[in-house]
Ligand binder design. Sequence first.
Ligand SMILES: Nc1ncnc2c1ncn2[C@@H]1O[C@H](COP(=O)(O)OP(=O)(O)OP(=O)(O)O)[C@@H](O)[C@H]1O
Ligand SMILES: [Mg+2]
Length: 167
Amino acid sequence: MIKLLTTSDKETEEIGLYLGKVLKKGNVVCLSGSLGAGKTVFIKGIASAHNVHDPVTSPTFTLINEYEGDVPIYHFDVYRISHVDEMYDIGFDEYIYGEGIVLIEWADLIKEILPHNVIWVFIDRFNSYDEKTVNNRLISIDFREDSFIEEKFFEMLKSKGKQVLDN
Ligand SMILES: Nc1ncnc2c1ncn2[C@@H]1O[C@H](COP(=O)(O)OP(=O)(O)OP(=O)(O)O)[C@@H](O)[C@H]1O
Ligand SMILES: [Mg+2]
């Protein structure tokens, strides 16, 4: 688990960019965090690492947006899903085992159908009523068994002078 603190949306996007740089096709990143936590901001960073020039916004009327980059980026937002079967209806398996990188906002809502080899990004806000901390976010990234990517990401953060928090 790697934990960091960010104090602006730009910084969260930057951390997303660094994670994006160590991701490859076939990787699945699950994002969890309350409304407005910064999941889409983080995904913007991942997409920019893969030279996506399309605007990155949460899909609202569909469950998925696809972006063209140096690899395809599949951006799911399952907040409005009513049953996990909807994922199979749109061919979730083909995305998961496909040629791109899969990013899923609100992935906790479809936990039962996720492959086990996924990276989890948790974004937590602090007390949003306090002006001093309103833009602070705790980002915790659980790489599960993917220690290779974890190591590369950690090295990347270090080379960029980013401070990680002790566990
Ligand atoms: N440190 C920060 N990191 C990320 N976003 C921040 C930060 N500080 C402030 N913000 C603001 O919080 C909001 C995050 O919005 P974003 O759409 O990324 O959230 P989300 O988690 O995707 O929400 P939703 O569940 O509605 O999709 C933006 O308005 C952004 O400017
Ligand atoms: Mg969002």
